[in-house]
Design a protein around this ligand. Structure first.
Ligand code: GDP
Length: 295
């Protein structure tokens, strides 16, 4: 089910109840059943759905039937959905001016990594940080060319190699070079694979050791549905990323899997990719995300 449909179904269930005269426990249960069915169809993990149901029920059943109860239902559905996408970690990375902040990107091939690296470099550039890009993807032919093209369009300095096959060496060289040149945001784009392979995870650990990033970001394609949870868990174990960028949220994305990924890894989404263009990057705001979801 696409995100917009998920929102419509939840909104429909809530407003159906709010419009009705009787807001007794049976009506509440029916609404919860419909909301939970919609979330499950959107690939949200069953345990999360159960816990959401319990929380709403707990909050609402304590209040007497009446207009307040209707308002309480609306706000508690909203708040529980926000809680689903907001792991509330306070340790969000804030780059500092006047020093080199290293950001390493990880994610599967096709997730939107290279595109997002450039978008983020441009984002920081526009906010006064001297930003650059390092291509550590020596695995995919054409990866460096793609980064080069994106970076040139965005007027962001870049580093990469056509001949060096060791991604650890390239990333270290690039980061060292830009550090010396006093760049403030150095974004390292690593290689992805089509699947989560041992070799990829080993490589990520080695690059991590070589460049010692201040922040590791996982790029997650919002359209991959249920696979998002297992994928992000596996990446979390080896790359221990501290933030997620959810891409392709402009498409007919199934966002449920991504919601589960956030909850499973207790890692916040920090940005949304909202299109293919350089400026299609948006700071993630859990309340706004849910408000938009519910229309
Ligand atoms: P990588 O293999 O992970 O580096 O992925 P790429 O950056 O090459 O992106 C794969 C495809 O997804 C490209 O065609 C991008 O233009 C597209 N893409 C990336 N982010 C977004 C997004 O937020 N929205 C849309 N619609 N397309 C995106």
């Amino acid at each position: 089910m696409v995100l917009a449909d998920l929102g419509k179904r939840i909104t429909g269930a809530v407003s159906g109840l709010v419009r009705s005269d009787v807001v007794d426990d049976k009506a509440l249960d029916n609404m919860l059943k419909e909301i939970c069915a919609a979330l499950l169809e959107a690939d949200v993990n069953v345990k999360l759905v159960q816990s959401l149901r319990k929380s709403i029920k707990h909050t609402v059943s304590a209040s007497p039937p009446g207009p307040q109860r209707k308002r309480l239902i609306q706000s508690s559905v909203f708040n529980e959905l926000v809680a689903l996408v907001d792991p509330q970690t306070d340790n969000l990375f804030k780059p500092k001016k006047g020093r080199s902040n290293i950001i390493m990107f990880v994610g599967l091939q096709g997730s939107g990594k290279t595109t997002t690296c450039t978008k983020l470099a441009r984002w920081y550039q526009a906010r006064g940080f001297k930003s650059c890009l390092v291509c550590a993807d020596t695995f995919r032919a054409g990866a460096f060319d793609q980064l080069k093209q994106n970076a040139t369009k965005a007027k962001i300095p870049y580093y990469g190699s056509y001949t060096e096959t060791d991604p650890v060496r390239v990333s270290k060289e690039g980061v060292d070079k830009f550090r010396k040149e006093k760049f403030e945001i150095i974004i390292v784009d690593t290689s992805g694979r089509h699947r989560q392979e041992e070799e990829l995870f080993r490589e990520m650990v080695q690059i991590h050791e070589a460049v010692k990033p201040d922040q590791t970001i996982m790029v997650l394609d919002s359209s991959i549905g249920q696979a998002a949870e297992a994928q992000s868990r596996a990446f979390k174990e080896s790359a221990n990323f501290g933030a997620i960028v959810l891409t392709k949220t402009d498409g007919s994305a199934q966002g449920g899997g991504a919601i589960s990924a956030v909850a499973a890894t207790k890692t916040p989404i920090v940005f949304l990719g909202t299109g293919e263009h350089l400026l299609d990057l948006e700071k993630f705001d859990p309340k706004r995300f849910v408000a938009r979801l519910l229309g």
